[in-house]
Design a protein around this ligand. Structure first.
Ligand SMILES: C[S@@+](CC[C@H](N)C(=O)[O-])C[C@H]1O[C@@H](n2cnc3c(N)ncnc32)[C@H](O)[C@@H]1O
Length: 265
């Protein structure tokens, strides 16, 4: 099992003053509240609905940034976050074998999706996404299959049919029950030799100070940020015949999540 020792990216972001990071988190919650009340009544505690499509596309265009770069740099205040994730997955060998069939839960804007497609060119890319406008946007822009999404199962996907099964910043946003159901489903649809990738906010992501920073973030309601203990999760995957290839931490909101790569033996 490999731990990536590339902590520089994490350190660089975490060294941004807590006040600035707290402000970014508050902006993330309070800023859009104006839009919620005035423009489209978006409910930010409803994590199944993601950010508003039209407003985000327009803001990205105004900033002359791709949607992914806009989300990384302006909304999340974590420039280079998506690229760091993809580079780290490369280092852990996620793209070493041919990927004919990929599946992603909760791709949102597709900031990871577009780079994963670039990295491994899967012939088939299934998505499960509860935010309808973004799901339709991804279908119109990428050659992906939008599967009927009930919020916790991958029922339309056949057993052992996927080489790469992923979720980014999803299990740090949704409640415990859909997360554990998705885990069992991810295990079911992964073929032997295939890989599972996802991130969660484990106890290792809550060093001294992090809890105070989250407490000051202005976020009060809803499932985000969701914390998941590391040991039972690792035991669940181990018991089901998934070897842990490696893990690494990266910033999320005012804190961080830990990304895990498993391989089905
Ligand atoms: C925090 S966003 C992350 C989006 C994207 N993965 C990223 O990192 O930019 C969570 C995403 O998961 C979607 N989502 C929330 N609950 C879901 C569920 N139960 N099943 C599938 N997608 C879900 C949201 O609509 C949103 O697109």
């Amino acid at each position: 099992m490999r731990h990536l020792i590339n902590e520089r990216f994490l350190e660089r972001v975490m060294q941004t003053s807590p006040a600035k990071r707290v402000q970014a988190a508050i902006n993330k919650v309070v800023g859009p509240l104006g839009i919620r009340v005035v423009r489209n009544r978006h409910d930010w505690s409803d994590t199944q609905n993601f950010i508003p499509l039209k407003g985000t596309l327009a803001a990205a265009q105004k900033a002359s940034l791709s949607v992914g770069d806009y989300i990384d740099t302006v909304m999340n205040n974590i420039p280079g976050a998506t690229r760091f994730m993809i580079d780290s997955l490369h280092k852990l060998g996620v793209f070493d074998d041919a990927v004919a069939s990929a599946l992603e839960i909760g791709p949102g804007s597709g900031r990871y999706l577009e780079k994963i497609v670039e990295a491994c060119r899967p012939a088939r890319y299934e998505i499960y996404e509860t935010a309808k406008p973004w799901a339709n946007y991804l279908v119109s822009r990428h050659n992906v299959i939008l599967q009927p999404t009930d919020g916790s199962s991958l029922a339309p996907t056949a057993d052992a049919s996927c080489d790469l099964v992923m979720a980014f910043k999803v299990f740090s946003s949704i409640p415990f029950m859909p997360t554990i159901r998705y885990w069992l489903e991810m295990q079911r649809v992964t073929r032997p030799g295939g890989r599972i990738v996802f991130d969660v906010m484990t106890e290792d992501c809550l060093p001294p100070g992090a809890i105070a920073t989250w407490a000051a973030s202005g976020i009060n309601n809803g499932a985000y940020p969701a914390v998941m203990p590391r040991r039972p999760m690792l035991a669940l995957f181990d018991t089901a015949g998934f070897a842990l290839v490696g893990s690494f931490r990266a910033p999320m909101g005012v804190g961080q999540t830990e990304t895990f790569v498993f391989r089905k033996t």
